[in-house]
Structure formats: C-alpha cells, structure tokens
Design a protein around this ligand. Structure first.
Ligand code: ACO
Length: 337
C-alpha cells in the first residue's frame, strides 16, 4: 500500500486535466451477429454492451494516445514541453520496441523526458497513477502525462464469440501534477496487487519469446486473446472489492463519502456486484460501458473524462478508481478530484 499518511513525502499529486478519444467507427452487436453465433439481446443482457469503437486501418495506439493527450494537456493549461515524464498504459503497443510512450513523445513534440510503457493490462491506468504519484511525491517530477490507450481489436479473434463481443479501442489521458498551495485536490492512496498464479485465465499466448511467431501460431490463432470469462468474472468482483475496501480503510472513509466509484468497464454485472459489495446504488458507479465496451487500460480514464466533461464529476469530489486485468492484476486509487 502506498499511503501518504504513513510516509514522509513532501508533495501531493492532483489531476490537472483529462482528455479522451474514441475512434469514429462503431462495431455494433448487430454487426457481430453477422460474424459469430451471438445476438444483440444476449450481449446486452450479459455484458451491458451495445457497441464498441474501432480504430481505422491508419490508426495505431500512439495515434489514439496523441488525440487524448492533446486534450488533457489543453485542459491542464500545459504544453508538451512542460512534461517531466510520459507513461502509457497499454497491452496493445504500436510495436514491441520502441515503447509507445517514446512514439507518443515524438508525436507530441515533448522534450527529453522519461517515457515508459506500463504493462498491467486493464489495471495499467491505476498502476500508472501510483507510479506517477511516487515520482511527484519525491519531487522528481512536477507534470506527468499518464495515458491509457488500446487498439485491442487487432488482437481479438472475430471467430471467437467468447471474446470478440467484449473489446473496443480508445484512449484516455490525464496530466498528474504536483499540488500547489491553495489546491485541495490530491491522490489519497493507491493499492496495487497481482496474482500470477491465475495468469492462465486471460492470455495472448503467441508472438512472444515463449511462442515466437510461426505458421503454427497463425494456424492455431494463438496471436489472439484467450479467456476463461466465467472464472475472470469471479476474480474481478473479488479483487476490485478488496482493493476498494483497502482504500477506504486506509483513509478511514465510508462508501457514502465517495462521490463516484469508477470501476474498470468490463461487464455491467461485474460493476453491479462491486456496488452491491459496498451497499451503494448504481447511481454512484460510473457506467459508460454501453457504447465503449472494454478498452482495457483506457476504460477507467475514458469513463472518468466523459463524466468530467458533462459535469457529473466536479472538483472536490472523492473518486474511487478500481480495475482488474490480465495477470491477474488489480488495484484501486482513492483521490479528491
Ligand atoms: N453469444 C451467445 N452465447 C454466448 C456468447 C455469445 N457471445 N458467449 C458465450 N455464450 C454462451 C456460452 O457458450 C455458454 O453456453 P453453454 O451454457 O451452452 O456452454 C453460455 O453462453 C453461458 O456462458 P458463460 O461463460 O457462463 O456466460 P457468462 O454469463 O459468464 O458471460 C462473459 C460470459 C460475458 C464473458 C462473462 O463471463 C464476463 O464478462 N467475464 C469477464 C470477462 C472479462 O472481463 N475479461 C477481460 C478481463 S481482463 C481485461 O479487461 C483486459
């Protein structure tokens, strides 16, 4: 646990600005009916999803990240040259190397600053808040750009109805900044976990060093995601509830004092189960899944940015962010916006 009240750091971290970008093209449940044996009603009832955004053939992850980052920088009143660090949380990088953060740095015209990808699947953005917070607490950085960006559809098998209904593309970004005097927004604490013992539940087995690209990888479709959805569902509810419990306990806060729970948007039934765990109504849970689906590391920040844009989230609100993802990674971040 990274808890401010028990450490000696000098600085606090705030969210200075956010932005998001979802590609124009939509893939609807009706479109999927033509590809696999599924139907619109099943998908909506079991997941809450009606459509998902898809990047164009010309767009890579760094292109989506760029669009979201430009908005976040503008909202923060900053220029790319003000950045001390760029973090990109993604499981769908442009390429194995260089990392997507370096490609984004070049596209933004940002100066020589640290640029790092975070690979923690759907928990990547929450991991990123924690990493950025540590660098700001210690005085290393003042302005950090944290992006969650994915073009997942290139790793999804559109002959597998278990997975292809779930995922979409998009990017969200935020500028995390050293809190100045007179500002009361802050990251209270972050709580991160991983359980590699159940990593087999969600994998993309082919194309890495364990199973390099080969005709066999292509023939057996091992370059696409594989998932045990039912098992992941159980772990998702358990791990997100636990990480949120930890955040509330560490800050001596009750669920009633939280204005918004912002969970990873994987399945509306997972979000409902987390709300039930806390005895709060779904009115307190940001649910944006219907048209955006699961965008892995981008979901939490895209959902949050949409609610900031339309005024549901206001300065001074307490936000409880939580996510789980392949690994199985999980975590939470409690902050005052
Ligand atoms: N359309 C119609 N029927 C389907 C579909 C589909 N798209 N997919 C599965 N089914 C069938 C199954 O084959 C099964 O049929 P059977 O009973 O004859 O075997 C039946 O529907 C029920 O299947 P379940 O797997 O029990 O369905 P469930 O209610 O669990 O819903 C789902 C499946 C939506 C995948 C759910 O388990 C889920 O959301 N799990 C979490 C997945 C997740 O979040 N993954 C990503 C995590 S990590 C990250 O975000 C990167």
């Amino acid at each position: 646990m990274m808890d401010k009240s028990s450490s000696t750091q000098r600085y606090h971290t705030r969210i200075a600005g956010t932005g998001s970008y979802l590609p124009e093209k939509l893939l609807t449940n009706k479109d999927l009916e033509k590809l696999v044996d599924t139907d619109d009603q099943w998908i909506r009832e079991r997941t809450g999803i009606s459509s998902r955004h898809m990047a164009s053939d010309e767009e890579a992850t760094s292109d989506l990240a760029l669009r979201a980052s430009q908005i976040a920088l503008r909202e923060a009143g900053l220029d790319a040259k003000d950045l001390d660090m760029i973090l990109v949380a993604t499981v769908s990088p442009d390429m194995v190397m260089p990392n997507t953060a370096c490609l984004l740095q070049q596209k933004l015209g940002a100066p020589d600053c640290m640029a790092l990808d975070i690979s923690a699947a759907c928990t990547g953005f929450v991991y990123g808040i924690s990493i950025a917070d540590q660098f700001i607490q210690t005085g290393h950085s003042k302005n950090i750009l944290l992006v969650g960006a994915e073009v997942l559809h290139r790793f999804v098998d559109y002959t597998d109805r278990n997975t292809c209904i779930l995922f979409g593309d998009g990017a969200g970004a935020c500028v995390l900044q050293r809190t100045q005097e007179g500002q009361d927004s802050t990251v209270y604490s972050t709580h991160l976990h991983a359980d590699g013992g159940i990593s087999h539940l969600f994998t993309l087995p082919g194309g890495g060093t364990a199973l390099p690209f080969s005709q066999k990888v292509l023939d057996e479709r091992l370059h696409y995601v594989r998932m045990n959805g039912r098992e992941i569902f159980k772990h998702a509810v358990r791990t997100m509830s636990k990480a949120c419990d930890e955040a509330l306990t560490a800050n001596n806060m009750s669920p009633e004092e939280v204005n918004w729970i912002i969970p990873h948007q994987a399945n509306v039934r997972i979000m409902e189960a987390v709300a039930k765990h806390f005895g709060v109504s779904m009115d307190k849970v940001l649910n944006e899944i219907e048209d955006m689906a699961n965008i892995s590391a981008a979901t939490v920040i895209v959902a949050m940015d949409r609610a900031i844009r339309d005024g549901r989230i206001q300065r001074g609100h307490n936000l409880l962010l939580t996510a789980f993802g392949a690994g199985i990674t999980s975590g939470s971040a409690l902050l005052k916006y």
